[in-house]
Design a protein around this ligand. Structure first.
Ligand SMILES: Cc1cc2nc3c(=O)[nH]c(=O)nc-3n(C[C@H](O)[C@H](O)[C@H](O)COP(=O)(O)OP(=O)(O)OC[C@H]3O[C@@H](n4cnc5c(N)ncnc54)[C@H](O)[C@@H]3O)c2cc1C
Length: 446
């Protein structure tokens, strides 16, 4: 019997948080198995970031690829963890993992619970984003992007969706419905510049005029909002279509109406702003209006996956309120609120710790911090000899193709060659079947 060698940890999810969390753990000498739902790593960096951001995405892919060369990390793609997945957290425990770091992002869908959400033509931004970035199975889903599309939300995801509708779908009109005023939008000028050439400036001014009394009631005027929205104008991209882009400020969706199962109208309620403890918040006025639309897309953030097997509160997994290993005042530790007890071997990082929280850099930092917390926990545990044969046997009992790092490299090489052949900046297979076929073909000895 050989001496115990290392600590043994499963990192669940190979987005930026999981990849850099896994690297941090491996650098500490921990044996890491990185398990990913998707065949390819990258998470939203691969399947969320807008597809035309080639330089950014290529740079990230190179970093991720480098992380996976670490000898302490074993990658298994195409494996879902969860109570309805291929393996549960308990399965991982019984395979001898001493800790589990959950970096599975925020895969749940956040709905507002409004009438008409089940109509065709009503979508959640995440599904649309996964679709246009070709993540199976969303790549194959049929979406109805009609002539008039409303997007609910005022962040960078709203802008990405608008960009897609304006440039790719060339719809007639995109209406952005915003709960608050123009000074409180969350998108950045770096993103807004991609679509601002399509903003109907006359409609924007008319909208500012319409909401002026509500702004004045809380001591605001329209200048800050005008500046915030229009600051992207000097660096605007050229117009790619005749799509008219406009805002409905101070408005919240209340229901979707339809005909024959398809959405035809969005009802919105006008808001006014109220001041509370120095902060403004929107409050419905009771005045409702109907917008004729063919498509409604909710870009209101995501929530974690409720079927994962961890307790969820609102949009997030429940965290230990008094963590054993706080870092920067934050808890990275799972908690069972019903019994009031910690789940001592489960930790979380990235968007699994805080849903829809920031950019890749923040997810990366959060994954590293989560790994540091896991390392502290591991110091309380003995070293072990990871039972890799037991894991291999369990994975083979799943009767599905589990993707290893070597297979991933082959797939990447085929996709790069295909892009070159087609003269495209990048090429992606859009279904798991195609990816698996390529991997199987590459596996045949030459
Ligand atoms: C539309 C959109 C555009 C964005 N654009 C930018 C941008 O331009 N620049 C930027 O810096 N940031 C951008 N971001 C933010 C960035 O993508 C995120 O900050 C980051 O990807 C979050 O990382 P994460 O690792 O926490 O989660 P994710 O990136 O979501 O990764 C989660 C991983 O977990 C895996 N997984 C999920 N469930 C399971 C499961 N049950 N079992 C096993 N594995 C599982 C998934 O396959 C995935 O690989 C964007 C986000 C969105 C939504």
């Amino acid at each position: 019997m050989s001496e115990p060698q290392s600590h043994y940890v499963a990192v669940i999810g190979a987005g930026p948080a999981g990849l850099f969390g896994a690297r941090e753990l491996a650098l500490q000498g921990t044996k890491v198995v990185l398990i990913n739902r998707d065949i390819k790593p990258g998470g939203l960096a691969e399947y969320g970031i807008y597809f035309e951001k080639h330089t950014m995405k290529d740079g990230l892919r190179k970093q991720f690829s480098q992380v996976l060369t670490n000898a302490g990390i074993t990658y298994y793609g195409n494996v879902t963890i969860g109570s309805e997945g291929d393996l549960t957290l308990d399965d991982l425990r019984s395979l001898g993992f001493q800790a589990m770091l959950v970096t599975a992002g925020a895969q749940g869908t956040k709905w507002l619970g409004l009438p008409g959400e089940d109509l065709q033509g009503v979508y959640h931004a995440k599904d649309v984003v996964y679709h246009y970035n070709q993540l199976p199975p969303y790549s194959d889903w049929k979406f109805h992007f009609g002539k008039r599309c409303a997007i609910i939300g005022a962040g960078n995801v709203m802008v990405d969706i608008a960009r897609f509708l304006i440039r790719e779908k060339k719809v007639d009109e995109v209406i952005c419905v915003v709960r608050r005023g123009p000074a409180e939008v969350n998108f950045t000028k770096e993103e807004m510049k991609h679509i601002i050439a399509n903003l109907d400036l006359a409609a924007f001014e008319a909208e500012l005029h319409r909401i002026l009394p509500s702004l004045q009631a809380v001591g605001q005027d329209t200048e800050a909002g005008r500046e915030k929205v229009l600051e992207a104008l000097p660096k605007a991209d050229p117009r790619f279509s005749e799509t008219r882009f406009r805002f409905e400020f101070l408005a919240s969706p209340t229901r979707m109406l339809g005909r024959d199962g398809m959405v035809t109208q969005l009802e919105i309620e006008d808001n006014t702003l109220v001041l509370k403890n120095g902060k403004t918040s929107p409050r419905g006025t009771g005045n409702e209006r109907l917008l004729d639309v063919d498509t409604v897309i909710f870009a209101i953030g995501d929530k974690v996956d409720e079927s994962f097997g961890l307790p969820v509160d609102a949009s997030e997994f429940v965290k230990h309120p008094t963590p054993r290993y706080p870092l920067d005042g934050l808890s990275y530790e799972a908690f069972e609120p019903v019994t009031g007890s910690p789940i001592p071997d489960v930790f979380m990082g990235g968007w699994s710790r805080k849903a829809s929280n920031g950019l890749v850099g923040l997810a990366r930092k959060d994954g590293i911090n989560a790994a540091k917390v896991v390392s502290q926990y591991l110091q309380t545990l003995p070293l072990v000899t990871p039972d890799l044969p037991a894991l291999a046997a369990k994975l083979s009992s799943l009767h599905k193709r589990i993707i290893t790092i070597d297979e991933l490299r082959k797939l990447e090489a085929v996709e790069i060659a295909e892009a070159e052949k087609r003269g495209l900046p990048e090429f992606k297979f859009a279904t798991n079947e195609e990816m698996l076929r390529v991997i199987e073909a590459a596996a045949v000895p030459e």
